[in-house]
Design a protein around this ligand. Structure first.
Ligand SMILES: [Zn+2]
Ligand SMILES: [Zn+2]
Length: 264
């Protein structure tokens, strides 16, 4: 069985934990190590079996705990190779000890604990940003947040997911009419920003996401979205009718999925 948790999502911190009976993998560390541990305990998951951390991109709400995580746990941090070869300052500033840095290339699977992980490029205003597909026990779990557009590569991983964590960042009207400065509104709604509720529902409607998949809407803006606004949009416009959970900003969610027949 694979257990998983959204340890938190939204601009105040993002992190996801995936566990088999023997090992765990963390995707993003937008909280302090202490807070990651506290949230894992809330999700009834064993943080001490974590074998590595995979980072989607270099915004602080996804990586602010990465340096301390590596230094205190001695576990590796997996990042896009270009962040290292191009000495991207946001990555250098994390202070991950060199011997704990592991690099990956999108499309080339790598292993962390019991998981075979494939990164795929996203469209975001952070260099070399990615999403992740994790496979173990014949199951495929995908994390896709922080992207302004969805391309065929992302659609491929959405379509084969047994569990999908996808961003529904903002309601377009709330963003337009909200308090953010004009430049920030344009950035969020842009091609290198975030998916709106309508964007995500459109992507799901056109996807081959299996009806029995588990879907989690994540990274909801506290200012420009609300769970009930997204729920109404889903009722009105979503033709995918599976099991969907709307993750409130900052809250912890857990779940599990049994072994599948799918062989990666
Ligand atoms: Zn983010
Ligand atoms: Zn971001």
């Amino acid at each position: 069985m694979i257990r998983f948790a959204v340890l938190g999502s939204g601009s105040s911190g993002n992190s996801y934990l995936f566990s088999t009976d023997r090992s765990s993998v963390l995707v993003d560390a937008g909280f302090s190590l202490k807070e990651l541990r506290r949230r894992a305990a809330l999700a009834i998951l064993d943080f001490e079996t974590v074998k590595g951390l995979c980072l989607t991109h270099m915004h602080p709400d996804h990586n602010r705990g990465a340096g301390v995580f590596a230094r205190k746990t001695g576990m590796p941090v997996h990042v896009h190779g270009n962040l290292v070869t191009h000495s991207v300052p946001e990555f250098t500033a994390l202070g991950v000890p060199e011997h704990l840095v592991r690099t990956f290339e999108p499309g080339r699977p790598f292993v962390a604990g019991d998981f075979v992980i494939t990164a795929f490029p996203t469209s975001h205003d952070s260099p070399h940003s990615v999403g992740f597909s994790l496979e173990a026990e014949g199951r495929c779990l995908t994390v896709l947040t922080d992207t302004g557009t969805v391309d065929d590569g992302m659609r491929f991983f959405i379509g084969r997911s047994d569990v999908l964590f996808i961003e529904a960042n903002h309601d377009r009207k709330m963003l337009e009419e909200g308090p953010y400065p004009w430049m920030l509104k344009r950035r969020i709604a842009g091609e290198k920003g975030h998916l709106s509720n309508a964007d995500t529902i459109g992507v799901l409607n056109e996807s081959t996401l299996p009806a029995e998949a588990l879907l989690y809407f994540c990274h909801l803006s506290r200012v420009n979205n609300r769970p009930e606004v997204l729920a109404r949009a889903c009722e009105q416009h979503m033709t995918w009718k599976g099991n969907a959970t709307i993750c409130e900003h900052g809250a912890v969610y857990n779940g599990c999925i049994t072994r599948g027949d799918f062989v990666p």
